[in-house]
Design a protein around this ligand. Sequence first.
Ligand SMILES: Cc1cc2nc3c(=O)[nH]c(=O)nc-3n(C[C@H](O)[C@H](O)[C@H](O)COP(=O)(O)O)c2cc1C
Length: 390
Amino acid sequence: MDAMTSTTRLLPPLRIGPLEVDTPVVLAPMAGITNAAFRRLCREHGGGLYVAEMVTSRALVERTPESLRIIAHDPDETPRSVQVYGVDPATIGAAVRMICEEDRADHIDMNFGCPVPKVTRKGGGAVLPWKRDLFRDIVRAAVREASRFDIPVTVKMRKGVDDDHLTYLDAARTAEREGVSAVGLHARTAAEYYSGEADWSSIARLKDAIRTIPVLGNGDIWQAEDAIRMVEETGCDGVVVGRGCMGRPWLFADLQAAFEGRPERVRPGLRTVADTIYRHGELMVAHFGDDEDKAMREIRKHMSWYLKGYPVGGEVRRSLGLVSTLAELRSILDTLDLDSPYPGAEAEGPRGRQGSPRVPACPDGWLDTQDITPDLELRLREAELSVSGG
Ligand SMILES: Cc1cc2nc3c(=O)[nH]c(=O)nc-3n(C[C@H](O)[C@H](O)[C@H](O)COP(=O)(O)O)c2cc1C
């Protein structure tokens, strides 16, 4: 069987430093989504690397309870993957040191892709690589600390600020030189936000430019066939899947099957979907330390994704969107027509954030030069605030 599997595999296992990931699929870090509860649901379906929500380096260094919750993993979760965000090399270095010394993760990804205004306005996320030296110093600090523990660091970035300020090729070469173990590219600029279509040709260009570490492609994988097409069109070494798995954790079963050359796809009827929603609710309650109220507030946003395309009326959808206890969740789910089969194409396709193009908010004068001035350095250090992402 093994021999057969290896001959039909589309890609070899993904090697991220010392880690070997059999299925070359990464669950994209998504703030407010990819907590340990959701990761468990996803992991149960297929192989891959499942990244936690982003955490700010400052919050980690301050040991805020929320930041420690974000980087916590279930005991059976391996490898343990976290994503760190920050704009100051010293704080990033301290946060990475803390994660490594305290054995809190096996892989650290760095967020240089967030386009949310409250992040980019401070010079963080997707607009940071424009400041070449700052980007290098942040990556260097993270790799320096993590490499002492043989923990791989990866970077996740966008194409750049906008079409006139592209950064990804330069930044990826720098990251490669500084010793990161893989680079991931969400093939949009910050200005594009989540609009339009991801430009997979930029992933192909990145793959041409980066020879010694894996290149991971990201953007608009809604079904397993999209992942295969991305690999074929770009030559990337693995794929990063975000919105496509929201309300569809079984996508990871499809992805594993597709990468192993198998035709099976999970096409759940409404009963399975309802059971998954309930289970997600239970896992969320456990994740939030039995705070049922908080867990139910968090699960509400998943409802429309889970139910996309299924015959569920507006009234029931609305009541699910207001659910406040597990018991209430169960009783509403029990009113559904649970024998409804998989609805087909209507359950597929884009879901989640779309947004429209926008001029990215940047600190004053940010785009005037790629160099960093002492004044800006000071302001950035002060800007290490608690933010959560995208
Ligand atoms: C709700 C939401 C939260 C996100 N949070 C993060 C984050 O914390 N860190 C990050 O690097 N990207 C974040 N992203 C971006 C995704 O990781 C991913 O790059 C993006 O959604 C494109 O992939 P997709 O087309 O497969 O969704 C977020 C996206 C969404 C929709």
